[in-house]
Design a binder for this molecule. Structure first.
Ligand code: SF4
Length: 220
């Protein structure tokens, strides 16, 4: 991977501007997994309130979630939106962890199988799509699975590295093919892309102050 790698240059520029992002916000691998489910279709500030409720209720624990009545769990995560659906998804994830025998230590999932097999198993859990599965693999289990999201698609289409109509898998393959297979790099890169999407490459882009404006085809 040379310094002129067009897939690495945005990372270098974003990292130079913003520094380490210290992702994922979560004190334990299980909290990261819960956050990865709760963050679907909502802002992170709402997830933080839902996780605070779970902590206060003693529910940030796989066995506790499985034992909790559905309505009670849904009420605790209400701030995250779609709370009935997400309560079901959290229970499905916890059932999966329990069936794997890792309810008490979900991080042990990483040692149970190869990354591709674990990813397939996660994708088979109700409500876990590619972005959630990859977030769990990367940020909870420390495995090199690049996370793609809407911010990635929008910014990299504007940069000229994507057409914008590629599938999730195609975009992930492009990143992984052009980057060293490095958990730390994947971790920081996705976090920096999220920051780019929130601060600069918004639906109405704020190009004049963007760290990528000199390399962007779409820069205004
Ligand atoms: S220069 Fe503008 S369009 Fe390009 S990445 Fe930055 S904010 Fe997005």
């Amino acid at each position: 991977m040379t310094r002129r790698n067009p897939w690495l240059i945005p990372y270098q520029r974003l990292a130079a501007r913003h520094g380490p992002q210290h992702w994922w916000p979560g004190e334990t691998p299980f909290e990261v997994m819960v956050g990865a489910v709760l963050t679907q279709n909502t802002a992170w500030t709402n997830v933080e309130r839902a996780i605070a409720n779970l902590k206060a209720a003693g529910l940030l624990d796989c066995a506790a979630i499985l034992a909790c009545p559905d309505a009670e769990l849904a009420a605790a995560i209400r701030p995250a939106g779609y709370f009935n659906v997400k309560a079901g998804r959290l229970k499905a994830l916890c059932r999966f962890l329990a069936e794997r025998g890792v309810a008490a230590a979900p991080e042990r999932l990483a040692g149970q199988a190869g990354q591709a097999e674990l990813r397939d198993a996660l994708l088979a859990v109700s409500g876990v799509g590619p972005e959630t599965a990859d977030s769990i693999l990367l940020y909870a289990l420390g495995l090199p699975s690049f996370v793609v999201d809407a911010y990635t698609r929008r910014a990299y289409a504007r940069l000229g590295l994507l057409r914008g109509d590629e599938s999730y898998a195609e975009i992930q393959t492009l990143f992984e093919r052009h980057l060293a297979r490095d958990v730390g790099l994947y971790n920081e890169y996705h976090a920096l892309i999220v920051r780019l999407g929130k601060e600069h490459c918004r639906p109405r882009p704020r190009c004049p102050d963007c760290p990528l404006k000199e390399i962007c085809r779409h820069a205004l």
